[in-house]
Design a protein around this ligand. Structure first.
Ligand code: NAD
Length: 724
């Protein structure tokens, strides 16, 4: 018996390790578990009465992989590559000891088995999996910027062949037990009540088990090495595909390819050394730290409502009033009905509201046709959406979301009409994309119950909701709004009021910088490609065309009207005005923008751009264009932070990646500054400001940080102090 593993030897000499981490709902690989595993492996190999070892888990899942909170602390902790390599060898060595120790090991996989969990199973001589619909197996390390560092890149290809193994490892895919059996990396799939006996029977029948790769004459299924035509093809095509997909921003997939390529032509012990070296090099690179921290730890905390004020009773929204059944209203109605709420979908006429409901009809029909949902369930969801043009139907709604036209007057009008019928306790949220919440709240009798819930389009696909606190919004309203966002299974960030809030404001700097580059004579294709190479999902012109120049010009004109002389327009507004007003190229929806949209054909950059924005004779280096496009977004985020629009760096990072597609390898806009180093970031901004204009001026706060060396996130060792 150890802290994390129960140990038992039965009358027939079968030792059972039952992994069961105390105080955790899920088994994860911790330092303690590794220590305990090593101790028990040594003990059972040394004990003559032990004939074989059965490994299983005492929880619903088997083992879900590494402890991410530990993992994220490694980068920046000051550990040397040499020490890290040694440390990374611990698990590898235990598994190698198991498979070469002269006794059979069998793994009874009783549920989900991922990452280091699957590596443990692969280190056993036999793997039997429970037949359960929820059980999945896979090596998802690539999703956190890493590779399976305890033999996964070596044992899987040796079991199932290079190509299928690479597919699983480079994409981090999960498979169900049946598929794992078909692929050949588990030996049997059995009902839960036969799991342990199947593993035991095998152990008793195979006292001399050996791994296939430790037998003389072993060959990787399907072939390996530089001279095997099939393997060569796989590596050539695979490297090209990865380069296209990752644009060289993510080191893990290529490191995985290298491990498999180099490792599969070597004996296992040498191969494991290769893997450990690549694994260590990935852990010395900030990309894995950035991805793990933002995409898993901080996003996980946001999903669990880390920003929710305590001591407020939970609100379980049962009835939602949705004002406006246009593009956004229709989407919000759908996700809310899907989450079990009754939705009153109100528009200026019943017909208009029904049109909004058609959106759900379409999505549900597709889901039912593709077998993703039963027709009964689809019908049930649809029946929860009640269309109307009568405000009286909103009576009893716990929450109202407004998504009518972007007009202050219309929004004020619907606010007053709604508040006349809803309970005093109801919350009123606006989905405005540009109008400050505190201003809209003036139309409300209860501004403390007025809040911004900014959704992204298309609502059913986009994972983020930006919650905006007005000046008078209460903590209780915030807490209850967070409850709603959790219920519809979206990720919330919480920001303070500002024109464009956080996401629209920072995102707009990306498209503006694209247009500023065009004005500077940079070739449009170079600008678009630089955006993509930096890791943005879409180039700045393509995305401007999507949201339309028409909308951009409308927002500009309204803001100018609102702010008068105080308004500092975007530096390249003249480009947008020329395109939209003079050349009538208003965006994709209008059939023409920065791109041409030939009917039935593929879009291409409008050749006329060359006439109106002639390219300079000398073009900049692509790195310079990437720098301008990324830095301007990060700098605007730093401004939001200093103005108090952003309170928590995690909100900035999550919002940037999930809201507008800032590259995940950076960990988000503020992690990007930390990764570059605040001092280096400020120096680079000074250079950019001198070359391209004052929009690149670093903020006073950034200068102060550069002086003191304080990052947005505490260093790994300081974070540990804080947690303790
Ligand atoms: P839309 O034009 O598609 O829909 C607006 C709907 O509101 C229409 O169906 C219209 O009939 C209805 N409407 C207008 N006046 C009304 C009234 N007095 N009472 C009831 N219904 C009324 O617009 P949309 O794109 O869905 O945007 C709606 C809101 O969401 C706007 O405030 C917009 O800024 C915001 N928003 C839009 C996006 C986006 O990507 N489109 C993203 C985030 C937020």
């Amino acid at each position: 018996m150890t802290d994390t593993i129960q140990y038992q030897v039965d009358g027939e000499g079968i030792a059972t390790f039952t992994i069961d981490l105390p105080g955790r709902s899920m088994n994860v690989l911790t330092d303690q578990l590794l220590k305990d595993l090593e101790q028990l492996v040594d003990q059972s190999l040394a004990d003559d009465s032990v004939k074989g070892v059965l490994i299983t888990s005492g929880k619903d899942a088997f083992l879900a992989g590494a402890d991410l909170t530990w993992l994220v602390q490694v980068y920046g902790s000051g550990i040397s590559a040499e020490d890290l390599y040694k440390r990374n060898r611990t698990y590898t060595d235990i598994l190698r000891k198991m498979e070469t120790g002269g006794k059979p090991f069998a793994c009874a996989i009783n549920g989900t088995c991922l990452g280091g969990g699957l590596e443990l199973a692969l280190g056993c001589h036999y793997r039997v999996v429970v037949d359960h619909p929820k059980a999945v197996l896979g090596l998802p390390e690539v999703q956190v910027g890493l590779l399976p560092g305890a033999g996964g890149t070596q044992r899987l290809p040796r079991l199932i062949g290079i190509q299928p193994a690479l597919e699983l490892i480079t994409q981090g895919k999960h498979v169900k037990p049946g598929k794992a059996l078909e692929l050949g990396f588990v030996d049997a799939v059995v009902p839960a009540d036969q799991l342990i006996s199947a593993a035991r029977d095998w152990l008793l029948g195979e006292p001399d088990a050996e791994q296939p790769w430790d037998k003389k004459g072993f060959k990787v299924p399907g072939g390996a090495g530089a001279f095997h035509p099939k393997a060569v093809q796989t590596f050539m095509a695979g490297s090209a595909m990865i380069a296209e997909k990752t644009r060289h921003n993510y080191p893990a997939p290529i490191a995985i390819m290298s491990c498999v390529y180099e490792g599969t032509i070597l004996p296992m012990d040498k191969a494991l050394q290769i893997e450990s070296k690549y694994f260590t090099s990935l852990m010395m690179d900030p990309v894995y730290r950035n991805m793990t921290r933002t995409l898993f730890i901080n996003k996980g905390a946001a999903d669990k409502l880390v920003r929710r004020p305590k001591d407020v009773e939970r609100l379980d929204v049962k009835k939602l009033g949705m004002l406006g059944a246009g593009m956004m209203g229709a989407g919000i109605a759908f996700v809310s009905a899907r989450a079990g709420m009754d939705v009153v979908l109100l528009d200026t006429s019943k017909e208009a509201a029904e049109k909004g409901k058609d959106y759900s009809r379409g999505l549900l029909k597709k889901a039912a046709e593709r077998g993703r949902m039963s027709p009964e369930k689809a019908e049930q969801i649809l029946s929860r959406i009640h269309t109307t043009d009568d405000y009286a139907d909103l009576e009893g709604a716990d929450l109202i979301i407004e998504a009518v036209f972007e007009s202050r007057e219309i929004k004020a009008d619907v606010t007053a009409k709604t508040e006349a019928v809803i309970p005093e306790s109801s919350i009123f949220a606006s989905n405005t994309s540009t109008l400050p919440i505190s201003g809209l709240a003036e139309a409300s009798k209860r501004p403390d119950q007025f809040i911004g819930l900014h959704f992204f389009s298309p609502v059913d696909k986009m994972p983020l909701v930006e919650i905006i606190m007005g000046e008078k919004t209460s903590q209780e309203t915030l807490a209850k709004s967070l409850d709603y966002v959790q219920k519809i299974r979206k990720t919330p960030i919480v920001v303070n009021d500002s024109r464009g809030f956080y996401t629209s404001r920072c995102f707009s700097t990306y498209v503006n910088e694209g247009q500023a580059l065009l004005k500077d004579g940079v070739h449009p294709a170079l600008i678009e490609n630089a955006g993509l190479l930096a890791g943005m999902p879409v180039g700045p012109f393509a995305v401007q065309d999507e949201v339309t120049l028409d909308l951009g010009v409308k927002v500009y004109k309204q803001t100018k009207l609102d702010l008068g002389d105080d308004y500092q327009p975007p530096s390249a507004i003249d480009v947008m005005l020329k395109m939209n007003d003079d050349l009538e190229r208003k965006g994709k929806r209008f059939g023409a923008g920065f791109y041409e949209y030939p009917e039935g054909g593929k879009k291409y950059l409008w050749p006329g751009l060359a006439e109106h924005f002639p390219p300079a004779a000398e073009q900049p280096d692509v790195e310079e264009v990437k720098t301008r496009l990324l830095y301007i977004q990060a700098l605007e985020t730093a401004r939001c932070f200093e103005e108090g629009v952003i309170v928590e760096p995690a909100d900035a990072d999550i919002g940037s990646i999930f809201g507008w597609g800032f590259p995940p390898w950076t960990g988000g806009t503020l992690s990007f500054i930390d990764t570059v180093g605040v001092r280096e970031f400020v120096a680079e901004c000074d250079r950019l400001a001198a070359a391209y204009g004052p929009r690149f001026e670093p903020t006073p706060g950034l200068r102060a940080r550069a002086e003191s060396g304080e990052a947005f996130y505490p260093r790994a060792d300081q974070a540990q102090d804080r947690a303790a």
